[in-house]
Design a protein around this ligand. Sequence first.
Ligand SMILES: [Zn+2]
Ligand SMILES: [Zn+2]
Length: 367
Amino acid sequence: MTMRAAVLRRPGAPLTIEQVDLAPPGPGEIMVRIEAAGVCHSDYHYMTGDIACPLPVVLGHEGAGIIEALGDGTSGRLAVGDRVALMWRPRCGDCEPCITGNPVLCQSGPRQAATGGLLDGTSRLSKGDEQLHHFLGVSCFAERVVVSERSVVPVPEGVPAQIAAISGCAVITGVGAVLNAVGECAGDSVLIIGAGGVGLSSVMGAHLAGANPIVVVDVDPEKLERATRLGATHTIDASAGDTVGQVLALFPSGVKWAIEAIGRAATLQQAFDCLAPAGTLVAVGLGRVDDTFAIPVNNLVQRQKRVIGSLYGSANPLVDLPKIFELYLAGRLPLDELIGAGFPLEEANEAYDALAGGAVGRAVIVP
Ligand SMILES: [Zn+2]
Ligand SMILES: [Zn+2]
């Protein structure tokens, strides 16, 4: 079938809204009609060329919708009409990370990213004779997607599509960084740098886990206000300068946990410098492909600090996303607070201009 989709043809160029061809789902695959797709900073890295992927590509990797068709040989767990959230990390179920309970590191993920295909490496997207690529096995800046059935999680009644969409990336990344990468932190100090969709999700996770104090750093007063509503006990305006000094003025011995949700060397450095002895920096934000930051050796050793990365909330999405949906329905994860402006598919570029301009709240594209 043909459908509208937002295509990236080369880095630096705007997305083009085009009629493209979508092949029917193959074995183990499903077709989903997209109801909402989140405007995530990760796509922006590919639009600017910070990170490369096979081109041309239909972008979009956090989305939700309704199953319209099943390919042959699906497991039977999913049916036409089911509501699902999309995952940009599938789990094959057979590789070592999958078997050992770390499906975020499933070996099919990098393969899918490198080939621009689905699990078998081939694409269902084309335009006449031209092959188009999937983005992280999803490509939901489009009216429909064909994805592996291993790339979706069922969404319960009562969870709106835009909440389901952002849960599949920003929310699970931020909440999971606390619940999985940090773990037990009741009464511990947690610093969160960056109050975008991921950072605010970490604030909610930290609040849920009973962390105290919860210190949030951003340059935008409106984002800091949201952070306070979501459980931040202290906010720091980084535009006033000397973030580390401001944090240490409040907590002279430093913080036990620091979550960096931006992906910049300067803020990673600040997060590291704010750590108390035996404190841990959890790096969550993605940077440019060749970005680095310097760790002072003696400070690392003498203070027994730790630096860890957390991808996709270090989650087991099949277990963690249903939990997130239930916590939302129970009123314990106020995810509505994350939602920003809505844009039609035709305005995908405007949605990213707003993101680059520091818009508050997670924008959502409604195809
Ligand atoms: Zn994302
Ligand atoms: Zn796997």
